[in-house]
Design a protein around this ligand. Structure first.
Ligand SMILES: Cc1cc2nc3c(=O)[nH]c(=O)nc-3n(C[C@H](O)[C@H](O)[C@H](O)COP(=O)(O)OP(=O)(O)OC[C@H]3O[C@@H](n4cnc5c(N)ncnc54)[C@H](O)[C@@H]3O)c2cc1C
Ligand code: SF4
Length: 575
């Protein structure tokens, strides 16, 4: 093995949503920071399918079977097509095993999933941080909303979140840019739904798209979103937030930033003498060469399961079951949002109205079930319906008119057909739920005892399943979505059927949970490993529960908070 020793102040593993923020924050505080990422290098503004029309693609955006076989997991992701497939990994080269169905979506590039995310960004609320304690599931969070609120205030203006002010306890407002507009059908639906169900608010989705570019954005070359809705291809305008357009350029301009791509980190190295992490070992996935790098602090941001995989593989005499894992807690309480429930329907009329541009957002119906742990009900009909689950869910959705694409599945020929295709179709509205799954000790990921990938990293084995609570919640999503659409005057209502397996919501969390007790949690309230003080985990692995809102802005807020703490400890010489 080639030994290539370098000294940095900080090593950040992963350059995605959380790693990007860790790098920016450390670099801006003058720490020499190395970011290691397994993915392919990709320069901001060098997005190879950006702006391309279907007719410029060999198969009009369809993906050849050959690639679908190589990406047999990734091909199921809703953004998967010929414009985006190179942003997702090759599943054959990156295998994992599922004891129970778990869909593991992973990015193939620097910037991680921040390049392809859906950009929905919501704060967690007080109730979210109290839920574990109240209902006795999982580990009580060592912090509360008040601890993280100032870090949302800090991170939101940098990222750029558009949203409306609603004053809802279950969905705290933030520091928003102007919200995206509703279209005519959504305006009508809002009025009707809120009339029938005063507790079900119908609000614009809160999106990490710049409805207005402020100096903090333009200084990085980011400008206002142009409403093309092609975000997962990458956006040279920087109209949506990604690590590539935001945090990484911010880190780079400090002069303290080093990025090594194609670097698959395999283990965090532990020094028995100091009782600290001394650095990491990685393999260059192009050359197969192994390298060791040292630093004062290691931040794990390789995505929830990616970080757990590396930590479990970081074995030493002191920690034979993975670094810091003295109490068999690493890899436990793995969660995702439960989903699969919802409905879609046709809105009659409004055929004289259209919309301009392709708004990269939609609408949101914040959680209205079990608020404050009571079955909250707005109408007598609801009062008679007890929810058969604890915790809650929110709906995402949107209205649009069908376009010429319907013709791909239809039949026709000649002038009449052409005339028909050139007209927009009816209005439709779809809504789907994201629910809070319960943290369960037995929902675990481990390493396979013998199987390794081609670079020598042991294969991850997932053993995560939903139970009755999640199933009842998903059933309620469908029943309720149908009810809401009916109340709003829509017709031809179709409920969604089936339950998305864990991983399907792409909001994996847990595995290195935060808590006060050294025996039952992996990290303390600063995202710091209880057993290894200079090792931090700040991606979703750190989360002790999931709330029901999309989590990435919260990953970023926790990361900035943890860097602030590490900085203070480094300055005080206590790390
Ligand atoms: C299609 C899609 C839509 C989504 N929509 C939303 C949304 O609307 N709102 C929301 O909040 N979230 C959304 N998400 C989820 C969001 O993208 C993730 O929560 C977020 O990116 C996770 O951040 P992260 O830093 O943990 O991981 P990532 O952003 O995935 O970054 C992890 C990085 O670590 C690298 N890595 C992994 N293993 C190793 C290793 N062994 N060595 C070195 N590097 C490694 C990867 O290459 C990657 O670059 C969506 C995701 C997808 C795919
Ligand atoms: S919708 Fe906005 S952010 Fe998305 S690709 Fe277009 S300009 Fe960029």
């Amino acid at each position: 093995m080639e030994k290539h020793k370098m000294d940095f102040d900080v090593i950040v593993v992963g350059s995605g949503m959380s790693g990007g923020i860790a790098a920016k924050e450390f670099c801006e505080k003058s720490y020499k920071t190395l970011v290691l990422d397994r993915g392919e290098p990709i320069e901001h503004r060098q997005y190879k399918t950006e702006g391309m029309a279907p007719w410029q693609m060999p198969f009009r955006g369809e993906v050849l079977q050959e690639f679908k076989l190589q990406q047999h997991i990734q091909k199921n992701i809703y953004i998967y097509n010929d414009f985006t497939k190179h942003h997702l990994i090759n599943d054959l080269e990156n295998p994992y095993q599922q004891k129970q169905p778990f869909i593991w979506y992973r990015s193939a590039t620097v910037g991680g999933k921040s390049l392809i995310w859906g950009r929905q960004s919501y704060r967690w609320c007080e109730q979210d941080f109290e839920a574990n304690k109240r209902d006795g599931n999982g580990i009580d969070w060592p912090i509360r909303y008040a601890d993280i609120a100032p870090w949302y205030d800090y991170i939101e203006p940098f990222v750029g979140i558009s949203g409306s002010y609603e004053n809802l306890p279950q969905l705290p407002d933030g520091k928003f840019l102007p919200h995206q507009p509703f279209n005519v059908v959504e305006r009508a639906m809002k009025e009707k739904i809120e009339q029938v169900y005063p507790e079900r608010k119908f609000i614009p989705a809160r999106m990490a798209n710049l409805t207005q570019a402020n100096k903090v954005h333009t200084d990085l070359g980011r400008v206002q979103c142009q409403a093309r809705s092609e975000c997962p291809r990458g956006c040279s305008f920087g109209g949506y937030y990604s690590s590539n357009s935001g945090a990484l350029p911010a880190a780079k301009r400090t002069g303290n930033f080093t990025l090594t791509a194609n670097a698959q980190v395999q283990e965090v190295l532990y020094d028995d003498v100091t009782g600290k992490a001394s650095g990491v070992r990685y393999v260059n996935n192009k050359t197969g060469q192994s390298h060791t790098v040292t630093a004062k602090v290691v931040f794990m941001c390789a995505s929830t399961l990616g970080s757990i995989q590396i930590l479990l593989n970081s074995k030493s005499a002191a920690f034979p079951a993975g670094i810091g894992n003295r109490h068999d807690i690493l890899g436990r309480y793995v969660m995702d949002h439960c989903g699969g429930g919802g409905a879609s329907a046709k809105m009659p009329g409004y055929l004289d109205d259209y919309y301009k541009g392709r708004r990269p957002g939609g609408v949101y119906i914040p959680r209205f079930r079990n608020l404050d742990n009571k079955a909250s009900a707005a109408t007598p009909a609801e009062n008679s319906t007890k929810t058969h689950f604890i915790r809650g869910y929110g709906f995402q959705g949107g209205a649009s008119r069908s376009g010429w694409q319907w013709a791909k599945n239809g039949q026709g020929i000649g002038a009449d057909f052409k005339a028909q295709v050139s007209q927009p179709g009816n209005w439709y509205f779809s809504m789907w739920g994201f629910g809070e799954a319960l943290p369960r000790y037995e929902n675990q990921v481990t390493l396979h005892p013998t199987d390794k990938d081609q670079w020598g990293l042991p294969v991850l084995v997932t053993d995560v399943a939903y139970k009755e609570n999640e199933k009842n919640m998903v059933d309620d999503m469908t029943t309720t979505a149908k009810e809401i659409l009916k109340a709003a005057g829509l017709v031809d209502i179709k409920g969604f059927e089936g339950y998305a397996p864990p991983g399907g919501a792409i909001h994996e969390m847990g595995g290195c949970c935060m808590g006060d007790d050294v025996k039952s949690s992996y990290l303390n309230k600063w995202n710091q490993c209880h057993e290894v003080p200079n090792l931090f985990v700040t991606d979703g692995a750190a989360f002790s529960s999931t709330s029901c809102v999309n989590p990435s802005i919260t990953f970023m807020a926790f990361t900035a908070r943890a860097v602030d703490y590490a900085d203070k400890q480094l300055r005080a010489n206590t790390l």
